[in-house]
Design a protein around this ligand. Structure first.
Ligand SMILES: C[S@@+](CC[C@H](N)C(=O)[O-])C[C@H]1O[C@@H](n2cnc3c(N)ncnc32)[C@H](O)[C@@H]1O
Length: 274
């Protein structure tokens, strides 16, 4: 915890050093002798404990930011996202969307596997699921698709599933379409530049993912009746809810991240099915 403004500034510089080393691929190997700045960044991160020395490698908490298999370079996206968020906050913005492809891709790489893990855990408790996603015609709605990390992971796990990803950020839509094409899933995942408030389908989806922390309350309130109408009978709507960073408990009041990312704290939903 920072005790003075100097500490805050030092922490921001640590974040900068982390981003630089991630982009240079130097979080798990020694800095080249002809790059004194990279060497200084490594010494800084070793002093903070984020990197271990001999051999240079991330500590457990740093490595845990990324799911297994995701390259350490993706931490560059994490740093860029955090710095962009701070800039938006200080400029008085009330909503935020990534404005660099690297940041969009970071969310896809980190958020996609994490949300897929949550969905797999949740759906084992819901009658008819997860088998329902393996039936021909099964459909998933991915609200705030970002880089389409969630849709890609889910469609890989359920070969009969088709997905529609919605995002209002044109950059995210471009990155998502490219990720879907690279994954060879063009015929099963449609990415639309469309707000969740404009969902028009009726009885179309078996599973709906709604990232509440990224949606302002008025947007969520306008979207929920449309989402309900777009769900098939017995469908499941899963709404991500923020955890308080200090307590890891479900937030009852806005936290720093929910304030910055537009969402508000919402009470725990009583029933998971539509
Ligand atoms: C953190 S990102 C989601 C990351 C994504 N799940 C992935 O795997 O890459 C949240 C997204 O919600 C999008 N968003 C915000 N408001 C929206 C709205 N009204 N309708 C649809 N998407 C929205 C933002 O543009 C942003 O891309």
């Amino acid at each position: 915890m920072a005790r003075s403004l100097n500490d805050v500034q030092a922490n921001v510089l640590v974040l900068g050093a982390l981003g630089r080393l991630a982009r240079q691929g130097l979080l798990d190997q020694p800095a080249p002798v002809d790059d004194p700045v990279a060497a200084a960044c490594q010494r800084l991160l070793i002093a903070t404990g984020l990197l271990a020395p001999d051999p240079v490698r991330p500590n457990e908490s740093l490595a845990a930011v990324l799911p297994p298999g995701v390259p350490l370079a993706a931490l560059g996206g994490y740093v860029a996202a955090t710095l962009q968020l701070a800039t938006a906050l200080s400029a008085g913005a009330t909503t935020w969307s990534p404005d660099e492809p690297e940041v969009v891709r970071f969310f896809g790489q980190a958020n996609g596997p994490a949300v897929n893990h949550i969905l797999a855990q949740l759906l084992t408790d819901v009658p008819g699921f997860p088998d329902r996603l393996d039936r021909p015609g099964a459909a998933f709605l991915d609200v705030g698709a970002g880089a389409a990390g969630i849709s890609i992971g889910l469609c890989r796990r359920h070969p009969e599933l088709a997905a529609v990803g919605l995002d209002i950020n044109p950059l995210s839509v471009r990155v998502a379409r490219s990720a879907v094409a690279t994954a060879g899933l063009n015929d099963r995942i449609e990415v639309r530049e469309q707000s969740v408030t404009d969902v028009y389908e009726v009885g179309a989806y078996d599973l709906l993912w709604v990232p509440q922390p990224f949606l302002p309350p008025a947007v969520l309130a306008a979207a929920l009746p449309r989402l309900r109408r777009s769900a098939r009978p017995g469908a499941v709507l899963v709404m991500g809810s923020p955890r308080h960073p200090a307590t890891r408990c479900r937030a009852r009041r806005p936290t720093s991240s929910t304030c910055c990312w537009a969402g508000a704290a919402w009470p725990r939903p009583r029933r998971p099915t539509c």
